[in-house]
Design a protein around this ligand. Structure first.
Ligand SMILES: C[S@@+](CC[C@H](N)C(=O)[O-])C[C@H]1O[C@@H](n2cnc3c(N)ncnc32)[C@H](O)[C@@H]1O
Length: 303
């Protein structure tokens, strides 16, 4: 076993589950991340990094079977370390979202959360109390969204009334137009997240996504992750898996370069950390981390 877990989990699913072929063809990396979130919720010791109570419902039968029949696959040190980093990036974005929640006492409380490249993100199905007044937009490619809808139907999960699905290809589409067509208000406070997505995109598409908050009229911010080095450790494992599933890592961007990029396109308020430092900040001290390779970089850019 080398690297970060995708290498063992995905081949195992591919071999034993012909029925998962559609999912594999259209959302390899997204389903792998969802699988790790479900495993975290079910099996990792407390305190958990994220309480993702809905992740299990978004798995298909083959993925559930794998978790139930081969739980040991998910409990090696490299896979655990890799999972902690995936959960850390999700927690980073949701912590920042929570801090951005408008005070319902001082305005009407309406605000918006746009999840760019949502994959199997489950926030909409476990909305906390502080998310009142929120409209959620999940943006992904049509095939990924179709796959997610199938999973929702199979699990008997309804679409929450405040959730909109937006089909888009970040390489081609003017996202703002598509979001407005689904009801996005340019003047309501808006929080964008983009986790584990940018590395798959061209530099032109990355700049369009990062620039979205700057085109809003109201307060807007974006929390996102980047991967800097596709040649090392768990990043290398993820990059190889992605390439095998035709989701290629084409734009690794390191933290210094990303910060300079954000400044160049017009952000003055930029916070940055990485998944390991964030875990040190939010989790109680414990046994030494077992992750190999490089952490993901995390940013919050405020308009
Ligand atoms: C690694 S998954 C991450 C999913 C989710 N953000 C998470 O952390 O669980 C990458 C996601 O980016 C989406 N994506 C990649 N390229 C895209 C593109 N050109 N247009 C729209 N979505 C894209 C994929 O469909 C997939 O859902």
């Amino acid at each position: 076993l080398r690297g970060g877990g995708f290498e063992i989990v995905q081949p195992a699913l591919g071999r034993r589950a012909p029925g998962v072929g559609m999912t594999l063809a259209s959302g390899n990396t997204a389903f792998s991340v969802g699988l790790q979130r479900a495993v975290h919720h079910l099996f990792d010791p407390e305190p958990r990094i994220l309480e993702d109570s809905a992740a299990w419902s978004l798995l298909n039968a083959d993925e559930r079977g794998l978790v139930e029949q081969r739980p040991e696959l998910f409990q090696t040190n490299p896979v655990r370390g890799f999972r902690r980093r995936l959960l850390a990036r999700q927690r980073y974005a949701e912590d920042a979202l929570r801090r951005a929640a408008p005070d319902p006492a001082v305005q009407d409380g309406a605000w918006q959360y746009v999840i760019l490249g949502a994959g199997l993100d489950s926030f909409a199905w476990r909305q906390p109390d502080w998310a009142g007044g929120l409209t959620i937009f999940e943006v992904d490619r049509p095939a990924e969204q179709a796959g997610k809808r199938e999973r929702l139907a199979a699990a008997g999960l309804e679409t929450p009334a405040n959730l909109r699905f937006v089909e888009a290809d970040f390489e081609r589409d003017d996202l703002l137009d598509l979001l407005i067509a689904q009801g996005l208000s340019l003047s309501a406070p808006t929080f964008f997240s983009c986790l584990g997505v940018l590395v798959y995109l061209s530099r032109e598409a990355i700049e369009r996504l990062l620039g979205l908050p700057l085109r809003m009229r109201g307060p807007a911010r974006i929390a996102f992750s980047t991967a800097g080095d596709a040649s090392r450790g768990s990043d290398g494992a993820l990059a190889r898996l992605a390439a095998a599933s035709q989701e290629r890592w084409i734009s690794p961007v390191g933290p210094e370069e990303m910060r300079a990029w954000l400044e160049r396109i017009g952000y003055a308020d930029i916070a940055g950390t990485d998944t390991d430092r964030y875990l040190d900040q939010i989790m109680p001290p414990g046994p030494a981390r077992a992750a190999s390779g490089a952490p993901s970089h995390l940013f919050l850019a405020v308009k």
